[in-house]
Design a protein around this ligand. Sequence first.
Ligand code: SF4
Ligand code: ZN
Length: 306
Amino acid sequence: MKCDKCGREAITYIRYSGAHLCPEHFTEFVERRVKKELRRQIDLKRTKKIAVAVSGGKDSMLSLYLLNRFFSGVRGLELEAITVDEGIADYRPATLKLVADYCEQLGIEHHIISFKEMLGFNLDDIVRKDDQITPCSYCGVFRRKAMNSVARDIGADVLATGLNLDDAAQSIIMNIARGDMERLARMGPHEHVQPGLVPRIQPLRLIPEKESYLYVMINNIPFSDKECPYRQKALRNTFRDIINRLEDETPGSRYSILKSYDEIKPLLVKKYPPVSLGRCRRCGEPANGELCMACRMQESLMTRID
Ligand code: SF4
Ligand code: ZN
């Protein structure tokens, strides 16, 4: 197979566009879409600091690499990385080191926040006490709180996540299947800025998971492919299978789902406008009600964990 652009040996065939691409043109193909999203999502005149959520997996490492590549020479714009240590013994310690080493190599400040210091217990403790729970439901809420509080404390204007096209399509379908229109309306990237909440941006939202993988391989970006041991329990897996089947049978489905969502989002936001948030009386983080969701979960868990 030859590259459609230059005639050199192709390394991939992009089914949804019918293109054969060599490493160089594949790299360009990915970067063009990331740049397009960044232009849409970030107002560079107002952005002084970007916090990047980095777990050590391929997507977050790619997001860090590309943001550094595009912005490291821009004066007055800083990049800092944040990793959450959930306290998952077989998984997190190795990735913490990987991210720390890569940040050092790139000259990017790296912050680590652990569930243990934030909550007094870690994710393994929660699961040890109750193996019937779905760890991701707790982990997701605690991670968001941890990320937001660090991003805000370091003065970041936006928080970049490693969400890719597959993740975005799964989340959209998941919220529709649950009938959770409010959550659907609140999905990032965020345009409305709420006091105390750092808006999330999603540089990779147009990049399919397989392309993210191929890009990091071609460009020698370090990443960990170790999976979180609790991932198998996630409800998201059902939606991952559905989206994969759909994409297999009808290439381009993921992108169509995202594009449709972008079209209807303004209507959703009009129907479900952002609520004005108060402060959690326990931790001071933004909250809809007396306590934020993380504190509500933390209180219910504390009665079960010594
Ligand atoms: Fe947390 Fe679930 Fe992700 Fe594991 S897979 S890090 S439990 S959200
Ligand atoms: Zn709280």
